[in-house]
Design a protein around this ligand. Structure first.
Ligand code: SAH
Length: 225
């Protein structure tokens, strides 16, 4: 017997954006080396399809970056998971900063794990959309700011952790300064024409750098748009 699939008329929970679809993404991340159960749980419970245009929602649980307009992308789930995992390695986090809100997805994942999430975006239109999503999902502990993230968010510093979701030539000095001692900043940095994901821990008197591998991010730009 052939079952006709009427996606629009499908009851909640068995469509392309269902829990089952999300769980398959989590399994894929697990297979690809993501080990932190808290991070995997955050991915399992966060509706990524809410962070992309409706026309792309059937692809929301593929492990791939997707366009979100204005030449920007929502990061690939594996990259979001890896960055979050690296951030959590510095212990319990109370307050984190994200540079590059974009769709708001990475901030939502952080919000599942951290009491206070501060996120900065330089494209006003994207920030407006992200704010609507945070409101819709009840993420009232995500604080947003329309600003150039090179400067961080000094009035809220120091942060226990910082994630940068756009690639710069080097990690901005202001961001390093807004990290508490023992805190980690995870950021993609251009090196020899490629991008490397770096995790840099601030110690009492220096910064210790770890290379987490090759990545592809949109560039970190200056000023507002
Ligand atoms: N974290 C996002 C990824 C978005 S892509 C997500 O989960 O969807 C990177 C974002 O960084 C883009 O929205 C881009 O506009 C933003 N960005 C680039 N340079 C920036 C800067 N200097 N300050 C703040 N945001 C910046």
């Amino acid at each position: 017997m052939i079952h006709k699939r009427n996606l629009k008329g499908m009851p909640k929970g068995i469509g392309m954006t269902s829990q089952g679809t999300r769980d398959r993404l989590v399994q894929r991340l697990r297979d690809n080396g993501i080990q932190n159960e808290k991070v995997l749980k955050a991915i399992a419970m966060t509706p990524r399809h809410e962070f992309v245009d409706e026309a792309l929602s059937s692809r929301a649980y593929e492990d791939t970056a997707l366009p979100i307009g204005l030449s920007q992308t929502i990061s690939q789930p594996w990259v979001v998971a890896r960055m979050t995992e690296a951030l959590l390695e510095c212990g319990a986090l109370d307050k984190v900063l994200e540079v590059g809100t974009g769709s708001g997805y990475q901030a939502a994942i952080l919000a599942a794990l951290v009491p206070k999430v501060f996120t900065v975006e330089r494209i006003e239109e994207l920030l407006k959309q992200a704010r609507r999503r945070f409101h819709k999902l009840g993420l009232h502990h995500v604080y947003t700011r329309y600003a150039d993230g090179h400067l961080g968010w000094s009035s809220q510093a120091p942060f226990d952790g910082i994630v940068v979701t756009a690639a710069a030539m080097a990690i901005p000095q202001e961001l390093l300064e807004q990290l508490r001692i023992g805190g980690v900043i995870v950021a993609p940095v251009e090196k020899y024409g490629m991008q490397r994901l770096l995790a840099v821990r601030r110690t009492e008197d220096s910064f210790e750098e770890k290379d987490l591998g090759g990545v592809v991010f949109v560039p970190m730009l200056s000023g507002l748009s």
